[in-house]
Every structure is written in structure tokens, then in C-alpha cells.
Design a protein around this ligand. Structure first.
Ligand code: PLP
Length: 362
């Protein structure tokens, strides 16, 4: 096989990403709480924009994403010239890896970090470097200690998935300031909109040259099916990303949906408030059943059980009740289950099922 057709180095190291399941054999009325999707769905304006876009499906979409970038700039107070739009924030993260890392380089992330980070690192031939956290919280000192002359990228999600925890602005700034000069800090803000008043790293992007922030339309905007994300970073980085992306990476319906969604700030606000309310309710109810979790800042909670055996048994019970949550053993958290915050009835249903499991239903 030595002379056969071979992929680039690193690619065969990749374990396929496991998405959240969405159906259960023989169960109707399945409740999917495994992919951090918005239970309220997207803004009506976004759905209407997609319908309108169907009139022009024979036309190529905008290559400069100008209207979407302008809308993002208006709503989030960022500079449109330094906004980059991708096919989900996943594409932005992937292009950053391809552009800035390769064989001999290191890509740093933490032990419970998002499962796509090692995939992007391997895909570009770089070496993934996994750094410990402190009690399910990103540890800035551990990341700084792991950096070398070969470090090119540092990925952290803030809030983090699957832990739901955050680090403060001072800690993020200390991380940016402590990195070696050739390393770019990537702040993955997939859950940033769930945190009231949070700037997700915008001011750091504007005051430093080594910080990039990414955001997505898949979570609070309820548009996971449309595949739109964006990044905000230093002009030289944005220019590099624009060179390597496909000219028509975003479809016209996706661009239209995202533009309408970001402008519907009333819907976004309702989603944030509802999420916080039912997240607190669910976390408290589960804690009373003996299932604690760290205070979550996102749209899911990481429920902790006595051990892996109990977590798996609870997951089996939930599945029999038609409820799908996320096992997170692959994230180094075998004793935990990640449960997306649904609407009121979803939260009540999952708490009821956990109560049955704990033998305390009533
Ligand atoms: C869901 C999620 C994303 C979003 O990915 P998209 O490609 O934008 O759908 C990015 N990062 C983290 C940590 C996530 O949980």
C-alpha cells in the first residue's frame, strides 16, 4: 500500500464526529435534547426570508456577504470590514486551522473542549495539544504553560461546550497577552448570545492583534439547518480567510435567513430570557433529585451523576421515555450527561423522567 493513494498526514487520525441522535427505534414523540438546538426555532422573519429567496434560486448568491455583514455590524457594533462569514462557525474554525497551522505546528485546546477542535487540527496535519482544565473550567495558566514556539492556534469556547462554564474577561485578556507572538487566540462564542450583555471578546479583538472571535447562527438563532456562522478578527486574518474560502460558500437562502434573524433582536431576546428561566428551573429541580451541575451560562446543563454507570443507566431510562440527551464520555466526562434546555414542557418532561429514574417520582 506504500505507493497507493494516500491522504495527507493526520487525516487517518480523525475519529468521526458523532452528532446528537434524533430518533429512537419504536418510540414516537421523541424529545431531542442532544444538540443544543433552540426549542423556539428561528425568527418568523428568517423563515419568511427563506421563502422569498426561493424566487431567485437560479442566481448565484452574493460573494461578498455584504448585506449580512452590514446587519451583523449594526446589531453587534462591530466593523463590517472585519467580519467574515462561513458555512457555520465550523467553517471559520476549519479555515483558520488550514490557514495558520500545518505539519510541525501545534493547536492547543482544553481537555473538555469542543470535539471539532482535534478534528480541525488533524485535518491540516498539525499536532493537537490537550491541556487540563480545573474542575471543568478552562485553566489559563495551564494553556500558557503548554504553549511553545510551535503553537499557532489556541481554541477556547466561552461559554464552553459541554461544561457550560465561562472564564471572565480579565482571564481571557491575560491569556491573549501571555501567548507567544506567532499564536492566534480563537474565542469560540457559539453560546455567547445566551449571556446577557456579554461582548464575547469583541473589545479584545479590537484592542489586540492576536485575537479572533467566532459566532454562530446554529444556537440562539435556531438556524442550525441553514449553516451560517461568522468571525470577527484582525484585518490581516480576515484577508487570509477570504483568500481560501469558496467564493459562494454561503447559499442565498442561508444569507437571507441569517440577515433577517440577526435583525430580529426581539426574538433573540425572548430566546435568551426563556432559556435562562428554564435552565435555572431545570438545574434546580435536578439538583434536588441529587443530580448537580455547574452553573451554566449556555443553553444546556452538564448533569453530574455518581459515576459512569449511573449516568449511562439514566441515559438508558431517558431513551425508554423517548428523551435523547448527550453522552459525553468522549469529552472525558463519562459520569455526566449534557441536557439541552428545551421549552417548559420539555424541561418538565426530562425532570420527571430523571425523578422516575432516581425512584423519587411524584
Ligand atoms: C454548536 C457549536 C458550534 C457551532 O457550529 P456551527 O458550525 O456554527 O453549527 C461551534 N462551537 C461550539 C463549541 C459549539 O458547541
Amino acid at each position: 500500500m506504500a505507493d497507493g493513494i494516500q491522504p495527507q498526514p493526520g487525516i487517518m487520525e480523525i475519529a468521526l464526529y458523532q452528532g446528537g441522535a434524533s430518533h429512537l427505534d419504536g418510540v414516537s414523540n421523541v424529545l431531542k435534547l442532544s444538540s443544543n438546538e433552540n426549542p423556539l426555532g428561528p425568527s418568523d422573519a428568517a423563515k419568511e426570508a427563506v421563502r422569498r429567496a426561493t424566487h431567485d434560486l437560479h442566481r448565484y448568491p452574493a460573494t461578498d456577504h455584504a448585506r449580512l455583514r452590514a446587519a451583523i455590524a449594526e446589531v453587534w457594533g462591530v466593523d463590517a470590514d472585519r467580519v467574515f462569514c462561513g458555512v457555520g462557525s465550523g467553517e471559520v474554525l476549519k479555515l483558520l486551522s488550514d490557514a495558520y497551522a500545518g505539519p510541525g505546528n501545534e493547536v492547543v485546546f482544553t481537555e473538555h473542549g469542543f470535539a471539532m477542535y482535534p478534528i480541525y487540527a488533524h485535518a491540516c496535519g498539525a499536532t493537537p495539544v490537550v491541556v487540563p482544565e480545573r474542575e471543568r473550567v478552562v485553566d489559563v495558566d495551564a494553556i500558557l504553560a503548554a504553549c511553545t514556539d510551535n503553537t499557532r492556534l489556541v481554541f477556547i469556547a466561552n461559554p464552553a461546550n459541554p461544561t457550560g462554564t465561562m472564564i471572565g474577561a480579565g482571564e481571557v485578556a491575560r491569556l491573549a497577552d501571555g501567548l507567544p507572538p506567532q499564536a492566534l487566540l480563537v474565542l469560540d462564542g457559539a453560546y455567547a448570545e445566551f449571556v446577557d450583555g456579554f461582548d464575547a471578546g469583541k473589545s479584545l479583538v479590537e484592542s489586540r492583534e492576536n485575537v479572533m472571535m467566532t459566532r454562530t447562527f446554529s444556537k440562539i438563532y435556531g438556524l442550525g439547518g441553514m449553516r451560517v456562522g461568522w468571525g470577527y478578527g484582525p484585518q490581516p486574518v480576515i484577508d487570509v480567510l477570504n483568500r481560501i474560502r469558496g467564493p459562494f460558500n454561503l447559499s442565498a437562502p442561508a444569507l437571507a435567513a441569517a440577515e433577517a434573524a440577526v435583525r430580529d433582536t426581539e426574538h433573540t431576546e425572548k430566546c435568551r430570557i426563556d432559556n435562562a428561566r428554564w435552565r435555572e428551573w431545570m438545574a434546580t429541580a435536578l439538583a434536588e433529585l441529587g443530580v448537580p451541575s455547574d452553573t451554566s451560562t449556555a443553553n444546556f446543563i452538564l448533569a453530574r451523576f455518581a459515576d459512569a454507570e449511573e449516568a449511562n443507566a439514566c441515559d438508558d431510562h431517558l431513551r425508554k421515555a423517548g428523551i435523547i440527551v448527550r453522552r459525553v464520555a468522549g469529552y472525558g466526562l463519562p459520569h455526566c450527561l449534557r441536557i439541552t434546555v428545551g421549552d417548559e414542557s420539555a424541561c418538565r418532561r426530562v425532570v420527571h423522567a430523571v425523578a422516575q429514574f432516581k425512584g423519587a417520582a411524584g
